[in-house]
Design a protein. Structure first.
Length: 199
């Protein structure tokens, strides 16, 4: 016995199988085309920017490679400058220490060189001049020592207190020596000291 079929429904079913895929293709194809079109437009728009970015990146890398030696030299110069600056900031203390040590060891010529170098670094401060004064007296450079002493301890004027104190001690010691050894009166000794020290 054959299978019973309704011709109308059978034809409708077959036609629907062909109809719906066609409808789907009609909707899907434009979407695919639109997506491809938009992708091509996007590539067209952003490709110049991408090419420019890649070119700029290669350009920067090339210049960076060329500039590496200069950067290394610049860094080395900065490092040396900082090191030298730190060393220079320590130099005054170094010269002061070795000058004082040389003075204590009666190495007066060496002490004079160190104190002069210290004055070059720090300037003619009163402390440095006073230290140099004591060395000059030991090396018997009296003219230079007297000039420094008159600047530090001027007559009837304020000056460097330690220089005034030291000068007073020297005057008193010289006065006693003149009175005891040279057999002169105190007034004569005072007159001689006024001529020498300006008092």
């Amino acid at each position: 016995m054959g299978r019973f079929r309704i011709p109308f429904f059978s034809r409708r079913r077959r036609s629907s199988r062909r109809f719906f895929p066609r409808i789907g293709r009609l909707f899907i194809r434009p979407i695919v085309w639109l997506r491809r079109f938009l992708w091509q437009i996007t590539l067209l728009i952003f490709t110049p920017f991408r090419v420019f970015a890649q070119a700029w990146k290669r350009r920067q890398t090339k210049h960076l490679l060329q500039g590496i030696p200069a950067l290394l030299i610049f860094g080395l110069v900065i490092t040396l400058a900082v090191f030298v600056n730190l060393r220079q900031s320590d130099l005054p203390d170094y010269y002061r220490d070795v000058a004082v040590l040389a003075f204590k060891n009666n190495q007066f010529e060496a002490a004079k060189i160190y104190f002069e170098r210290l004055i070059e670094l720090e300037g003619t401060t009163k402390t440095n001049q006073f230290d140099l004064l004591r060395v000059l007296l030991k090396t018997e450079e009296m003219e230079r020592a007297t000039a420094i002493l008159n600047r530090l301890a001027p007559a009837n004027q304020s000056g460097y207190p330690q220089a005034h104190h030291w000068k007073a001690q020297q005057l008193l010691g010289q006065w006693k020596e003149d009175v005891l050894k040279l057999k002169i009166t105190p007034k004569e000794s005072s007159d001689r000291l006024k001529v020498i020290y300006g008092h």
